[in-house]
Design a binder for this molecule. Structure first.
Ligand SMILES: [Zn+2]
Ligand SMILES: [Zn+2]
Length: 366
């Protein structure tokens, strides 16, 4: 058992960094010393639900983490102590029907490999009481124990405090474009919501050779960065008629629309703005009902869901990092602020206000 510091969410009050206990790795698990962890909208979503009593607390959030392998269980083969790794918040089991059919992003048993005799993860405790790991990682802590399938080895010549973003926002956003939608060069794309994931959809579309990339958001302060990452047109949803503007820019033939907000209403809007035969991709974390105009289906419009960018993380994460090293994928530009773990509440306030593209919490020095 290991004692360490973690930012604990107990309820409506601010999170507090305190001492917690972590069990060492079982046979198929890996102990990782976390160096940095990004603050993602999904954490905020979980935080709100936990505070509303819809999810159990206490919990440690954080799922966009990178670090160094500290120890491995006896059956672990893919990593060894000292390896640099990015953590995947949806570990894959490698054996279920989804994994063996090549769709590990919807693995039905992401925590199976770490299931202890007692039943389930997590391995954390606060003063002897169970402490949950929000979204599978518990990255706002000095260490975590993950199943082998959630620990992705990466090259050592890249800064962990930057490539941690590949653990969620980058793979989710870029993956939605290249693995979920498979867009064609020359197509026209709209992106609803220019947060961490939406900006990565923009740069994924640029990488894939889209002609027009229309960024849509209610906060015009995000437009400069979106343009830098590849957006060709920008629509301020707080003051403009989004559907009319999209129709005008695309001549009525928008091929793809990506929703990166997570609301039923904007998923519908994405479906409405595409041309007959076009594809709307729901990337945001939507728990609301989605209603669609049925006529669109008769015109062969498609709505597809995207989980973790439909990426096979073991393959996709090192690939994205190579694209970063080649200068094709922007990561530094996405990080507006780095803060110590103790400033976690300030980082969440920034996220809520839309003041930053991404904050990264620095947990340890390499
Ligand atoms: Zn995330
Ligand atoms: Zn599986």
């Amino acid at each position: 058992m290991l004692e360490m510091r973690a930012a604990v969410l107990r309820g409506p009050e601010p999170m507090v960094v305190e001492q917690v206990e972590l069990d060492g790795p079982e046979a198929s698990e890996v102990l990782v010393r976390i160096v940095a962890c990004g603050v993602c909208h999904s954490d905020f979503h979980v935080l709100r639900r936990a505070r509303a009593g819809a999810l159990p607390i206490p919990t440690v959030l954080g799922h966009e983490a990178a670090g160094v392998v500290e120890a491995v269980g006896s059956s672990v083969h893919t990593v060894e102590p000292g390896d640099h790794v990015v953590l995947a918040f949806r570990p894959t089991c490698g054996r279920c029907p989804y994994c063996v059919r090549g769709t590990p992003q919807i693995c039905e048993r992401p925590d199976r490999r770490s299931r202890s005799a007692a039943g389930k993860r997590p391995r954390l405790r606060l003063a002897g009481q169970p402490l949950l790991q929000g979204i599978g990682v518990g990255g706002f802590a000095e260490y975590t124990v993950m199943p082998e399938g959630g620990v992705i080895p990466i090259r050592k010549d890249v800064p962990l405090e930057t490539v941690c973003l590949v653990g969620c926002a980058v793979t989710t956003g870029v993956g939605a474009v290249i693995y979920t939608a498979h867009i064609e060069p020359g197509c026209d794309v709209a992106v609803l919501g220019l947060g961490g994931v939406g900006l990565n959809i923009v740069q994924g579309a640029r990488l894939a050779g889209a002609r027009r990339i229309i960024g849509i958001d209610r906060v015009a302060a995000k437009f400069d960065l979106a343009r830098q990452l590849g957006a060709t047109d920008l629509i301020d949803a707080s003051s403009e008629n989004v559907l009319e503007r999209v129709q005008a820019i695309s001549g009525g033939y928008l091929d793809y629309a990506f929703e990166a907000i997570g609301r039923g209403e904007t998923v519908r809007q994405a479906f409405e703005m595409i041309r007959p035969g076009g594809t709307a991709v729901a990337v945001g974390l939507t728990t609301e009902e989605v209603t669609l105009p049925g006529m669109g289906l008769l015109r062969e419009k498609k709505l597809v869901g995207s989980m973790y960018g439909s990426a096979s993380v073991m393959d996709a994460i090192p690939r994205m990092i190579d694209l970063y090293c080649q200068g094709q994928l922007c990561l530094d530009e996405l990080i507006s602020k780095r803060r110590p773990l103790e400033e976690i509440n300030e980082a969440f306030a920034d996220l809520q206000s839309g003041a930053v593209a991404r904050s990264v919490l620095m947990i340890a020095n390499r």
